[in-house]
Design a protein around this ligand. Structure first.
Ligand SMILES: Cc1ncc(CO)c(N)n1
Length: 236
Protein backbone atom coordinates (compact mmCIF):
# COMPACT_ATOMS: atom_id res chain seq x y z
CA UNK A 1 0.00 0.00 0.00
CA UNK A 2 1.35 3.46 -0.85
CA UNK A 3 2.19 5.86 1.97
CA UNK A 4 -0.70 8.16 1.03
CA UNK A 5 -3.14 5.21 0.98
CA UNK A 6 -1.94 4.23 4.48
CA UNK A 7 -2.48 7.77 5.75
CA UNK A 8 -5.91 7.97 4.12
CA UNK A 9 -6.92 4.68 5.78
CA UNK A 10 -5.78 5.83 9.22
CA UNK A 11 -7.75 9.06 9.11
CA UNK A 12 -10.90 7.51 7.66
CA UNK A 13 -12.96 7.83 10.88
CA UNK A 14 -11.97 11.49 11.19
CA UNK A 15 -12.85 12.25 7.56
CA UNK A 16 -16.15 10.40 7.89
CA UNK A 17 -16.95 12.64 10.86
CA UNK A 18 -16.33 15.64 8.57
CA UNK A 19 -18.57 14.21 5.82
CA UNK A 20 -21.36 13.82 8.38
CA UNK A 21 -20.84 17.09 10.20
CA UNK A 22 -24.05 19.19 10.17
CA UNK A 23 -22.17 22.11 8.56
CA UNK A 24 -21.28 19.95 5.54
CA UNK A 25 -24.63 18.14 5.40
CA UNK A 26 -26.68 21.31 5.66
CA UNK A 27 -24.49 23.05 3.10
CA UNK A 28 -25.34 20.25 0.64
CA UNK A 29 -29.01 20.39 1.52
CA UNK A 30 -29.10 24.18 1.38
CA UNK A 31 -30.37 24.49 4.94
CA UNK A 32 -27.15 25.78 6.52
CA UNK A 33 -27.72 29.04 8.40
CA UNK A 34 -26.07 31.79 6.33
CA UNK A 35 -24.63 33.25 9.54
CA UNK A 36 -22.51 30.11 9.90
CA UNK A 37 -21.37 30.30 6.29
CA UNK A 38 -20.57 33.99 6.62
CA UNK A 39 -18.50 33.27 9.71
CA UNK A 40 -16.81 30.38 7.85
CA UNK A 41 -15.90 32.61 4.89
CA UNK A 42 -14.17 35.13 7.14
CA UNK A 43 -12.25 32.49 9.08
CA UNK A 44 -11.40 30.57 5.92
CA UNK A 45 -10.08 33.67 4.27
CA UNK A 46 -7.66 34.03 7.19
CA UNK A 47 -6.83 30.33 6.94
CA UNK A 48 -6.11 30.47 3.20
CA UNK A 49 -3.90 33.53 3.57
CA UNK A 50 -1.66 31.46 5.86
CA UNK A 51 -2.09 28.30 3.83
CA UNK A 52 -0.58 30.15 0.85
CA UNK A 53 2.35 31.25 3.02
CA UNK A 54 2.97 27.68 4.16
CA UNK A 55 2.87 26.56 0.52
CA UNK A 56 5.41 29.29 -0.23
CA UNK A 57 7.56 27.99 2.65
CA UNK A 58 7.27 24.63 0.91
CA UNK A 59 8.59 26.28 -2.25
CA UNK A 60 11.54 27.64 -0.27
CA UNK A 61 12.25 24.30 1.39
CA UNK A 62 11.75 22.09 -1.68
CA UNK A 63 14.55 19.80 -2.76
CA UNK A 64 14.80 20.86 -6.37
CA UNK A 65 13.89 23.73 -8.67
CA UNK A 66 10.92 21.98 -10.26
CA UNK A 67 9.33 21.40 -6.83
CA UNK A 68 10.02 25.00 -5.87
CA UNK A 69 8.20 26.11 -9.00
CA UNK A 70 5.27 23.76 -8.42
CA UNK A 71 4.84 24.78 -4.78
CA UNK A 72 4.98 28.43 -5.79
CA UNK A 73 2.33 27.65 -8.40
CA UNK A 74 0.19 26.07 -5.68
CA UNK A 75 0.53 29.20 -3.53
CA UNK A 76 -0.56 31.23 -6.56
CA UNK A 77 -3.55 28.90 -7.06
CA UNK A 78 -4.61 29.43 -3.44
CA UNK A 79 -4.48 33.16 -4.06
CA UNK A 80 -6.62 32.82 -7.18
CA UNK A 81 -9.16 30.59 -5.44
CA UNK A 82 -9.25 32.97 -2.53
CA UNK A 83 -9.74 35.90 -4.83
CA UNK A 84 -12.51 34.43 -6.95
CA UNK A 85 -14.35 32.49 -4.28
CA UNK A 86 -14.05 34.45 -1.10
CA UNK A 87 -14.03 37.95 -2.50
CA UNK A 88 -17.26 37.22 -4.37
CA UNK A 89 -18.76 35.54 -1.34
CA UNK A 90 -17.81 38.48 0.86
CA UNK A 91 -19.56 40.87 -1.52
CA UNK A 92 -22.65 38.67 -1.81
CA UNK A 93 -22.85 38.17 1.92
CA UNK A 94 -22.49 41.89 2.54
CA UNK A 95 -19.32 41.55 4.62
CA UNK A 96 -18.13 45.10 5.20
CA UNK A 97 -14.62 46.56 5.33
CA UNK A 98 -15.23 47.33 9.00
CA UNK A 99 -15.94 43.67 9.66
CA UNK A 100 -12.80 42.65 7.81
CA UNK A 101 -10.74 45.23 9.72
CA UNK A 102 -12.01 44.06 13.09
CA UNK A 103 -11.60 40.39 12.24
CA UNK A 104 -10.11 38.18 14.95
CA UNK A 105 -9.16 34.59 14.16
CA UNK A 106 -11.19 32.11 16.20
CA UNK A 107 -9.32 29.69 18.51
CA UNK A 108 -9.60 26.74 16.10
CA UNK A 109 -8.56 28.71 13.00
CA UNK A 110 -5.62 30.12 14.91
CA UNK A 111 -4.59 26.70 16.24
CA UNK A 112 -4.85 25.04 12.82
CA UNK A 113 -2.72 27.70 11.18
CA UNK A 114 -0.20 27.44 14.03
CA UNK A 115 -0.01 23.68 13.53
CA UNK A 116 0.90 24.16 9.86
CA UNK A 117 3.62 26.70 10.67
CA UNK A 118 5.00 24.44 13.37
CA UNK A 119 5.21 21.50 10.96
CA UNK A 120 6.94 23.77 8.45
CA UNK A 121 9.45 25.45 10.74
CA UNK A 122 10.35 22.41 12.83
CA UNK A 123 10.56 20.01 9.91
CA UNK A 124 11.48 19.57 6.28
CA UNK A 125 9.61 19.61 3.00
CA UNK A 126 7.86 16.29 3.70
CA UNK A 127 6.45 17.67 6.95
CA UNK A 128 4.93 20.61 5.10
CA UNK A 129 3.34 18.36 2.51
CA UNK A 130 1.91 16.03 5.15
CA UNK A 131 0.44 18.93 7.12
CA UNK A 132 -1.18 20.61 4.10
CA UNK A 133 -2.39 17.56 2.20
CA UNK A 134 -5.62 16.94 4.19
CA UNK A 135 -6.70 20.49 3.31
CA UNK A 136 -6.68 19.66 -0.36
CA UNK A 137 -7.69 16.04 -0.26
CA UNK A 138 -10.57 16.23 2.22
CA UNK A 139 -12.15 19.18 0.38
CA UNK A 140 -11.83 17.31 -2.88
CA UNK A 141 -13.65 14.30 -1.40
CA UNK A 142 -16.34 16.56 0.04
CA UNK A 143 -16.68 18.27 -3.36
CA UNK A 144 -17.15 14.83 -4.97
CA UNK A 145 -19.74 13.78 -2.38
CA UNK A 146 -21.76 16.98 -2.70
CA UNK A 147 -21.48 17.19 -6.50
CA UNK A 148 -25.01 15.95 -7.11
CA UNK A 149 -26.53 18.23 -4.46
CA UNK A 150 -28.45 21.20 -5.75
CA UNK A 151 -28.82 23.45 -2.70
CA UNK A 152 -31.25 26.31 -3.25
CA UNK A 153 -28.68 28.80 -1.98
CA UNK A 154 -26.53 29.83 -5.03
CA UNK A 155 -23.50 30.55 -2.82
CA UNK A 156 -23.50 26.95 -1.60
CA UNK A 157 -23.73 25.73 -5.20
CA UNK A 158 -20.68 27.79 -6.14
CA UNK A 159 -18.75 26.48 -3.16
CA UNK A 160 -19.51 22.87 -4.12
CA UNK A 161 -18.63 23.49 -7.77
CA UNK A 162 -15.20 24.91 -6.82
CA UNK A 163 -14.11 21.86 -4.86
CA UNK A 164 -15.70 19.32 -7.19
CA UNK A 165 -13.85 20.72 -10.20
CA UNK A 166 -11.19 19.04 -12.38
CA UNK A 167 -8.89 21.97 -11.68
CA UNK A 168 -8.93 21.18 -7.98
CA UNK A 169 -8.64 17.42 -8.56
CA UNK A 170 -5.42 17.87 -10.52
CA UNK A 171 -3.86 19.91 -7.72
CA UNK A 172 -4.82 17.26 -5.16
CA UNK A 173 -3.51 14.35 -7.23
CA UNK A 174 -0.24 16.14 -7.82
CA UNK A 175 0.31 16.64 -4.07
CA UNK A 176 -0.62 13.03 -3.25
CA UNK A 177 1.95 11.77 -5.78
CA UNK A 178 4.53 14.19 -4.39
CA UNK A 179 3.95 12.99 -0.83
CA UNK A 180 4.50 9.38 -1.92
CA UNK A 181 7.73 10.32 -3.69
CA UNK A 182 9.07 12.12 -0.61
CA UNK A 183 8.01 9.29 1.70
CA UNK A 184 10.32 6.95 -0.24
CA UNK A 185 13.32 9.11 0.51
CA UNK A 186 12.92 9.71 4.27
CA UNK A 187 13.49 7.59 7.39
CA UNK A 188 10.84 5.62 9.29
CA UNK A 189 10.99 8.18 12.12
CA UNK A 190 10.31 10.97 9.64
CA UNK A 191 7.44 9.05 8.05
CA UNK A 192 5.87 8.64 11.50
CA UNK A 193 6.15 12.36 12.08
CA UNK A 194 4.55 13.05 8.70
CA UNK A 195 1.71 10.70 9.63
CA UNK A 196 1.13 12.64 12.80
CA UNK A 197 0.99 15.97 10.95
CA UNK A 198 -1.55 14.49 8.54
CA UNK A 199 -3.63 13.10 11.40
CA UNK A 200 -3.62 16.38 13.35
CA UNK A 201 -4.56 18.40 10.25
CA UNK A 202 -7.43 15.97 9.65
CA UNK A 203 -8.68 16.59 13.18
CA UNK A 204 -8.45 20.35 12.67
CA UNK A 205 -10.42 20.07 9.42
CA UNK A 206 -13.23 18.50 11.42
CA UNK A 207 -12.88 21.14 14.13
CA UNK A 208 -13.03 23.90 11.49
CA UNK A 209 -16.59 22.89 10.46
CA UNK A 210 -17.53 22.63 14.08
CA UNK A 211 -16.05 26.03 14.87
CA UNK A 212 -18.17 27.64 12.13
CA UNK A 213 -21.31 25.75 13.08
CA UNK A 214 -20.98 26.87 16.69
CA UNK A 215 -19.77 30.39 15.75
CA UNK A 216 -16.84 29.80 18.08
CA UNK A 217 -15.40 32.74 19.99
CA UNK A 218 -12.59 33.21 22.49
CA UNK A 219 -13.85 32.64 26.05
CA UNK A 220 -13.17 36.22 27.07
CA UNK A 221 -13.99 38.90 24.54
CA UNK A 222 -11.64 41.78 23.90
CA UNK A 223 -13.16 45.04 25.07
CA UNK A 224 -12.83 47.72 22.52
CA UNK A 225 -14.23 51.19 22.52
CA UNK A 226 -15.89 52.44 19.39
CA UNK A 227 -13.15 55.03 19.12
CA UNK A 228 -10.41 52.37 18.99
CA UNK A 229 -12.29 50.43 16.34
CA UNK A 230 -12.74 53.52 14.19
CA UNK A 231 -9.08 54.42 14.57
CA UNK A 232 -8.04 50.98 13.45
CA UNK A 233 -10.39 50.97 10.46
CA UNK A 234 -9.06 54.37 9.37
CA UNK A 235 -5.42 53.32 9.55
CA UNK A 236 -5.83 49.83 8.06
C1 LIG B 1 -9.96 24.94 6.46
C2 LIG B 1 -9.79 24.66 5.02
N1 LIG B 1 -9.23 23.52 4.63
C3 LIG B 1 -9.07 23.25 3.32
C4 LIG B 1 -9.48 24.15 2.36
C5 LIG B 1 -9.33 23.82 0.90
O1 LIG B 1 -8.41 24.59 0.27
C6 LIG B 1 -10.04 25.35 2.80
N2 LIG B 1 -10.46 26.29 1.91
N3 LIG B 1 -10.20 25.57 4.12
Amino acid sequence: MSFSAQLRKEVDPIWKASFHHPFVKELGEGTLDLRCFRYYVLQDSYYLTHFAKVQALGAAMANDLKMTARMAHHAQSTYEAELSLHENFMKQLGITDEEKASFVPAPTAYAYVSHMYRAAFAGHFGDILAAILPCYWLYYEIGEKLKECRPKEPIYQKWIAAYGSDWFRELVEEQIARLDEIAETVTEVERERMKQHFWISSQYEYLFWDMAYRLETWPIQRKETECDANERIKTS
